[in-house]
Design a protein around this ligand. Structure first.
Ligand SMILES: [Fe+2]
Length: 351
């Protein structure tokens, strides 16, 4: 296996390749370093098969989409990743063949709902689920400290003790650790119960990353448009969340809500389908096309997308435009499908 860390900074990007077949994957590439990655791939005579993001990043713009455009590599993320243009959705237990190497995927939610770790031979790439002598924060972007504790103790720590750990970040100059070392010496996890971990993580008092919305929103929505004013975190937190079961009851009531799907047109009849009777206005067109649903301004609107993230942004935008009663389908079409609620996969959108 050919292996290198390519950034030499606090954000880590890993190159993994099969020496024999020259097939390569980049894990957590930074957009600003795209040219550097293309150069190193060419220098080493490698062909990029996969651009893998271990989760939706809040501190840097992802490079996976530019790399995919330039090289034809497939973008790989967890099925709960909000992004519309992920080409391979992976989940717990899935494997990817990289020449003679097998990449094994662990679903490790907690830092974000779409967290994965990638296990290959003697090492595991843990994203921000577990860091060297630390863990990634769990207080924004759908974080859940309890889920993170379970991901660390039941999935990462289930690997052999000698497995090397390579995280997505390190702020102290460390380059690698191991499962055994973190089990005994990680100050956040070692000797702590789940409850103690949740309590610790709730009281870290960390400031939000600089420019979080300017980074997170394009990574979640693939919108890179100065004309769109993204809602603040406070506005997003105010969006009323409805479970799939609650949305299903509401749509069957005598005064059904307007179901507004904000995904891309190609997702409408894709793998997850759409809810019968919903209206499609992609998120990036919403600020200019909201007038099309003006008649629902005083009624109830439920925003819908793949994972419930883009639609939370849409709900906050509509509220900002004066729509009085906007909710969000929590967990999006992923949860809707997982709960066995009906979908359609045919027909053109009404808008
Ligand atoms: Fe992160």
């Amino acid at each position: 296996m050919l292996f290198r860390e390519l950034n030499r900074g606090k954000c880590k990007t890993y190159l993994v390749a099969c020496e024999k077949t020259r097939r390569a994957a980049l894990i957590d590439p930074l957009r600003e370093n795209t040219n550097r990655y293309i150069a190193i791939l060419a220098y080493e005579g490698l062909r990029l098969d996969f651009g893998i993001d271990t989760h939706t990043h809040a501190d840097h713009r992802t490079g996976v989409f530019d790399l995919s455009d330039l090289t034809g590599a497939k973008v790989v993320m967890n099925r709960r990743a909000p992004q519309p243009h992920v080409q391979i959705h992976v989940d717990q237990g899935d494997t990817l063949d990289l020449g003679g190497l097998k990449l094994r995927v662990l679903h490790t939610p907690g830092h974000t709902p779409d967290g994965i770790a990638v296990h290959v031979e003697d090492r595991v790439f843990t994203g921000d689920t577990i860091l060297i002598r630390g863990t990634g924060r769990a207080d924004f972007a759908g974080g859940d400290a309890g889920a993170q504790y379970d991901s660390i103790t039941k999935r990462i720590f289930a690997l052999p003790d000698e497995t090397l750990i390579f995280p997505a970040h390190d702020y102290r100059g460390n380059t690698q650790s191991s499962v055994g070392a973190e089990k005994t010496a990680n100050p956040r996890v070692a000797g702590r119960t789940r409850e103690q971990y949740v309590d610790l993580m709730a009281n870290l008092g960390l400031a939000l990353p600089e420019k979080i919305q300017e980074v997170l929103q394009p990574n979640q929505c693939e919108i890179d448009d100065d004309r769109i004013h993204f809602p603040s975190l406070a506005e997003l937190n105010q969006v009323r969340q409805m479970s799939p079961a609650e949305v299903d009851v509401a749509r069957r009531s005598s005064s059904p809500p307007l179901l507004l799907d904000v995904r891309e047109p190609e997702e409408w009849n894709g793998e997850l389908g759409h809810i019968a009777g919903s209206v499609l206005i992609p998120l990036k067109e919403l600020p200019t096309r909201a007038s099309e649903i003006e008649s629902a301004k005083h009624g109830h609107v439920i925003a819908i997308c793949r994972a419930g993230v883009r639609s939370t942004t849409a709900a906050a935008i509509l509220t900002g435009l004066g729509f009085e009663h906007v909710s969000n389908l929590k967990g999006g079409m992923v949860d809707w499908n997982d709960q066995g609620l009906g979908v359609e996969r045919e027909g053109a959108p009404a808008h």
